[in-house]
Design a protein around this ligand. Structure first.
Ligand SMILES: [Zn+2]
Length: 142
């Protein structure tokens, strides 16, 4: 399977635009479904991850259909990577050095930027699912 760019559903794009205004429209952040990340052959360490943010691009180790379906686990992964895009936005060199520094000190799981990304992704998922629930309730009531 090759790397394929995914078009996110309009409702999801609208949600992301509202949550990440500093990115100036998430349409500028392409999302790719792939079997293998860029540089994975060189950086074998990447094999353990299911999502990757790389210069304002998001790679998800998923089949394109799974990304399009956007189940809660996929959404949480997507939100997590968008938090990383926000963390690195505009200060890519400084953020990369900061990321590496914390990584050497704390490892992946206890990394402050990873802790933030996990917490934010969980919060965003809850908010997105709530909004969707309200929307379908409103449709039923109409
Ligand atoms: Zn992460």
């Amino acid at each position: 399977m090759s790397t394929q760019r995914i078009e996110l559903a309009p409702a999801l794009v609208a949600f992301l635009d509202a949550q990440f205004p500093e990115l100036g429209g998430v349409a500028h952040v392409p999302v790719f479904a792939c079997a293998r990340f860029p540089f994975e052959r060189l950086l074998r360490y990447l094999q353990r991850f299911s999502g990757l943010m790389f210069f304002d691009r998001i790679y998800l180790r998923r089949k394109p259909a799974e990304v399009a379906e956007a189940n809660p686990a996929l959404l949480e992964l997507l939100f997590h990577e968008f938090v990383h895009v926000r963390q690195f936005h505009r200060k890519i060199v400084r953020s990369s050095l900061r990321y590496a520094w914390h990584f050497l000190r704390a490892g992946y799981w206890n990394h402050p930027m990873e802790i933030e990304a996990r917490a934010e992704a969980a919060r965003l998922l809850k908010q997105y699912l709530n909004a969707k629930r309200h929307e379908s309730a409103a449709k039923l009531a109409a």
